[in-house]
Design a protein around this ligand. Structure first.
Ligand SMILES: *[C@@H]1O[C@H](CO)[C@@H](O)[C@H](O)[C@H]1NC(C)=O
Ligand SMILES: *[C@@H]1O[C@H](CO)[C@@H](O)[C@H](O)[C@H]1NC(C)=O
Length: 699
């Protein structure tokens, strides 16, 4: 029946008739990269034969959705939408990991209410102490190769280490997935990062990502999805290192960082199956598949891995990539990033010359406190002592890692050297609990973020490095590598070898027309209102001082919108304007009001060169349509520069949604710009007034 219904509709989502599709399916523009292929598997309601590609808005039903300490906030959303039941209780995962050292009555009560809620609904729940949520997702097979798994946390990218498309969502999305099983995604541009050559000895996986962040530090991968390629080089990188690299693609600016699935991945998974055979695993209190007295892990089992091995998903040879970067691993030397930014990269040998004394060192968090990392640190510390005046904090990524390193003796090696153990969890990496950096202190950490103030005082200096360098620095009391402990100089710095190629966006054919659902306009008209600033942050759009006043009406919000950017904005904006911002619009804090206030001010559609992903999600979730048209932004910048913060242009424009284009009249001349198709998933949200209403209509 369903099929017949489809046949009666000759026009598909992108307006392609069956004939078009037949022609186009052989054309190169329909070849897919890995990110597109995985997304395809998780997209709903696609016209038959339609292949998704970068730029498409799709309805997705992810394999799993993780929430951590923010589960409580998502529970409130879920209830306020009026949802009572989970669409599929196997989809969500709750893991408490952020504020685990907080034993206040209030926090324990919050944790207990999350546990009870999970229990009542039959959701997989991992209590405080079990480890960092992302690590659990990996250990327990929720982040499985070739699946799409999301989390209400920016480091969901980590799942890419196993070839899983992991990407962040916001809390409203999590509530929508709990209630309906689905939310939406706009497939980002995909960048191929090709690794060549082999890592020299003493250089670790962490150095690869620290180098990538430092070498390509002009937003080359901002808001893109990365695919790592280069079979020989990738093969030499362990799964633990791949996870650390994928995790830190977040800091690099990307929305996903996916490794290929190869023999190293498969071996890692088969090893997990071996582990799961031991009695301590079998007796764990987690849902499992049991056949008689035979226990099989519900997600990581031989059958499922065999199937992966026999049906690999690989990108088409002529797949499209927005950019192609290469890095020759053989030209890398150990690096340290900082202070206070991953974009500042220092060759270790240069920092050693500076004799930078440290006060604290950290081997904690999900990025770099897996067994291999702790082993590398232990190898450096064996028989040595942490320098007087230095505090060295360690925390295993999970209770399972803790057990493994206790058995191997690596944990006690670190304790004997004077390391201070913390419970397994996020702790100082996110500025919580014991051991934070105090005013003026210098810290070196094998974590993934060193933003000013994140690990303690804003006047402290935080550096990031590999576990071996952190361990050596803790012993020497200053930043240095393991070699310098025995008086040798660290490997001399050479210039890393890289290349970058930027590919043009494939043009859609002129005849393309896009399916428009009932009640969604096929076109809208408006005058362009231009705010030129790049990286306009959400505090500029909606000041922080109003953010926590929950009772402000849309009318009031419209009187303060953009106040920190341009107090004159509210006098200039008119109802029905098509507003145009710069690049990376809406960066910074995730406050939803930045989107709702712009909508309240009468802005009909918001265009920018590019958007922060969180801002984009908040906007579309709140029925403010946002579109990326970089060529238009460049034209406006050329014409108006930065003369006025808010410029009325007099340029009348028409967004033709059915044709995927924007037609602008500039001083009597007509110019047309290509616009990503506003797919059905996004149209529904606009028509129904945002994601919460969309969910309400479906429960
Ligand atoms: C502990 O947790 C509670 C509840 O989440 C929170 O209100 C409080 O601020 C936390 N305490 C500290 C010291 O972070
Ligand atoms: C990545 O690092 C962040 C910050 O330490 C952490 O919160 C997150 O859980 C990590 N993700 C993974 C997948 O390890």
């Amino acid at each position: 029946m369903f099929y017949l219904h489809k046949l009666t509709r000759p026009v598909f989502r992108h307006g392609l008739t069956r004939e078009h599709l037949r022609c186009l399916s052989t054309a190169t523009s329909y070849s897919q990269n890995l990110v597109e292929k995985i997304t395809q598997k998780y997209s709903l309601e696609l016209p038959e034969g339609y292949k998704v590609k970068s730029g498409d808005f799709v309805s997705i039903q992810p394999e799993h959705v993780l929430t951590h300490d923010n589960t409580g906030a998502v529970m409130s959303k879920f209830k306020s939408i009026g949802a009572g039941k989970f669409k599929n209780a196997r989809q969500p995962v709750f893991a408490l990991d952020h504020d685990v050292q907080n034993k206040s009555e209030k926090n324990l009560a919050k944790y207990a209410s999350i546990e009870k809620f999970g229990g009542d609904h039959g959701v997989d729940f991992y209590p405080a102490g079990r480890g960092i949520g992302h690590q659990i997702m990996v250990e327990e097979g929720y982040a499985f190769p070739y699946t799409m798994t999301v989390a209400s946390d920016s480091h969901s990218n980590m799942y890419g280490g196993l070839g899983c498309l992991g990407t962040p969502i916001v809390r409203t999305d999590a509530a929508a997935i709990w209630a309906t099983g689905r939310t939406w995604w706009q497939i980002p541009p995909v960048v191929k990062v090709e690794l060549l050559g082999k890592l020299p000895p003493g250089v670790t996986g962490k150095d690869i990502i620290v180098s990538l962040c430092g070498l390509f530090n002009h937003d080359e991968v901002l808001n893109t999805a990365i695919e790592f390629t280069g079979h020989e080089a990738v093969k030499s990188i362990s799964v633990d290192d791949r996870l650390a690299i994928a995790n830190m693609t977040t800091e690099w600016g990307a929305l996903a960082g996916v490794f290929p699935v190869d023999e190293v991945t498969l071996d890692w998974l088969y090893n997990r199956v071996e582990k799961f055979r031991s009695p301590s695993y079998i007796n764990r209190n987690i849902p499992k598949l049991q056949f008689g007295d035979h226990f099989v892990h519900p997600r990581i089992n031989t059958e499922r891995i065999d199937q992966l091995a026999s049906s690999p998903i690989i990108p088409d040879s002529d797949a499209n990539y927005a950019k192609h970067l290469t890095l020759d691993l053989s030209t890398l030397s150990p690096h340290v990033s900082g202070p206070n930014s991953v974009k500042v990269m220092n060759p270790l040998s240069k920092l050693e010359e500076k004799n930078l004394a440290i006060h604290k060192a950290y081997l904690v968090s999900c990025v770099n406190s897996r067994a291999q990392d702790i082993r590398q640190a232990a190898a450096v510390m064996k028989g040595k002592k942490v320098a007087p005046g230095v505090e060295f904090y360690i925390a295993a990524a999970s209770s399972e890692v803790q057990k493994e390193v206790e058995e191997s003796g690596d944990w006690s090696t670190l304790l004997e050297a004077g390391a201070k153990p913390l419970p397994s969890g996020c702790g100082p990496c996110v500025g919580l609990g014991t051991g934070l950096l105090k005013d003026g202190e210098v810290g070196i950490s094998a974590t993934n973020r060193n933003f000013k103030g994140r690990m303690g005082s804003p006047s402290a200096q935080a550096y990031l490095a590999s576990p071996a360098v952190v361990a050596a620095s803790a012993i020497a009391g200053k930043i240095c590598g393991p070699k310098s402990l025995s008086g040798e100089a660290s490997q001399a710095h050479v210039e890393p070898k890289t290349t970058i190629t930027v590919n043009s966006t494939p043009k859609r054919s002129e005849s393309t027309s896009i399916e428009i659902i009932d009640k969604f306009p096929s076109s809208v008209k408006g005058e362009l209102l231009f705010c030129h600033a790049d990286n306009l942050n959400t505090d500029g759009i909606y000041p922080g001082k109003y953010t926590y006043q929950d009772d402000l009406t849309p009318e009031y919000m419209a009187t303060v919108v953009m106040e920190n950017y341009d107090p004159a904005f509210v006098q200039k904006v008119r109802k029905g304007d098509i507003m145009v911002g710069g690049f990376n619009f809406g960066t910074g804090s995730s406050r939803e009001q930045a989107a709702t206030a712009l909508k309240a001010s009468g802005v009909q559609v918001l265009i920018a060169g590019s958007f922060s992903e969180t801002f984009k999600r908040n906007s579309i979730n709140n029925a403010l349509l946002v579109l990326e048209v970089p060529e238009l932004v460049n034209d406006l910048k050329e014409r108006y520069g930065d003369q006025q913060l808010t410029q009325r242009t007099g340029w009348d424009s028409t967004l033709e949604f059915d044709k995927g284009k924007l037609v602008v009249t500039i001083d009597g001349e007509v110019k047309s710009y290509q616009v990503s198709p506003v797919g059905k998933a996004a149209q529904e949200l606009m028509v129904e007034g945002g994601l919460e209403n969309w969910v309400k209509h479906r429960i």
